[in-house]
Ligand binder design. Structure first.
Ligand SMILES: N[C@@H](CCC(=O)N[C@@H](CS)C(=O)NCC(=O)O)C(=O)O
Length: 321
């Protein structure tokens, strides 16, 4: 884990000291947009863009899921990085299904950031969306990449008809996203990376208040917004699916497991069983990354064997609206 400063790599953990022990996530360094509008700098083109992702990373998995569901696999290339993220950050190869760099044969993901901006200062994160034509990074913000994959590729997407962010549900989707991101998606990280008791407890309270809210919602509704799966569900799914294996123990979010919540657990299984999704959930990468890579949180690097999950059991949610 580290960062670039004026284009030079430094090994280093997050600075919580200057925030009273709180973990504060940095904004993404690249936030351009693939667009089908006339004259766009980054127009949709088959084979032009490449996605660098970690199967361990919930933010990256949002984009893996969108690429999969939209049928963009033949249009946007993808390389899985090694899950450990140690002193040189994200690295190519050396783990089951982690690929070599297909473009420049580099060793580390930070080399792409140096190519995009030789003076770049900031963190090197997954997902990273690379543009082969300009030789630069379009975006390393998953929320934006998710929206680009949903709507910027038009008929290049095999499932151009599938809209993960339909106009009539946009307000509800944005509202859920704005509530779930700080309290839960990032809340588990705020709990796990806190270096003061107060910061940890505030995050813990937010995480379980949100899970309780969601449990009540899913007791009578099948999905977050309307009667369809939307982007808001997939953004939530990537956190829920890691919860019992990682966030409960490693990040100390241990009031309850998702499997202790009846409706949330059914909802999680419902989404896990959507065709194509289970393959995006790689617990070998997830455990290696969190337990084996975050030595500031787990200094021995020991990877726990459990827990046993039941994500493929019947979800029983077909009767809900
Ligand atoms: N806002 C970013 C956050 C991405 C992010 O923080 N990814 C983590 C992996 S789960 C990462 O690459 N961390 C490396 C670092 O912070 O140095 C997004 O949603 O795309």
């Amino acid at each position: 884990m580290g960062y670039l400063e004026n284009g030079t790599w430094h090994d280093g953990w997050y600075d919580t000291k200057s925030h009273d022990g709180k973990f504060v996530r940095e904004n993404a360094g690249f936030r351009d947009w693939i667009s089908n509008e006339d004259g766009a700098r980054f127009p949709p083109e088959p084979g032009r863009y490449h996605l660098f992702v970690s199967y361990a990373c919930p933010w990256a998995c949002r984009t893996i899921i969108a690429r999969r569901l939209k049928g963009l696999e033949g249009v946007v290339g993808m390389t899985i990085v090694n899950p450990y993220n140690r002193e040189n950050g994200w690295e190519f190869g050396g783990f089951d299904d982690a690929g070599a760099d297909p473009l420049f044969d580099s060793r580390y993901l930070y080399e792409f950031y140096q190519l995009a901006d030789p003076q770049f200062s900031g963190r090197v994160t997954t997902p990273t969306l690379w543009d082969n034509s300009e030789g630069t990074i379009v975006s390393n913000e998953s929320a934006d990449i998710l929206r680009m994959f949903n709507s910027s590729f038009g008929s290049l997407a095999e499932r151009a008809d599938l809209d993960l962010c339909p106009e009539d549900l946009r307000g509800q989707i944005d509202d859920w996203n704005e509530r779930i991101y700080p309290a839960l998606n990032n809340g588990v990280y705020r709990a796990g990376f806190a270096t003061s008791q107060d910061a940890y407890e505030a995050a813990f309270t937010d995480v379980f208040a949100m899970l309780d809210t969601l449990e009540a919602h899913f007791s009578s509704s099948r999905y977050l917004a309307g009667d369809r799966l939307t982007e808001a569900d997939w953004r939530l799914f990537v956190t829920l699916v890691r919860f019992d294996t990682v966030y409960f123990s490693h990040f100390k979010c241990n009031r309850q497991r998702i499997s202790d919540y009846e409706a949330l657990h059914g909802y999680l299984r419902d989404l896990y069983q959507v065709p194509g999704i289970a393959e995006t959930v790689r617990f070998d990468h997830i455990k290696a990354h969190y337990y084996g890579g975050m030595l500031a949180v787990n200094p021995t690097g020991i990877i726990p064997r459990g827990p046993t999950l039941s994500l493929s059991e019947p979800h029983g949610r077909g009767g809900l609206d």
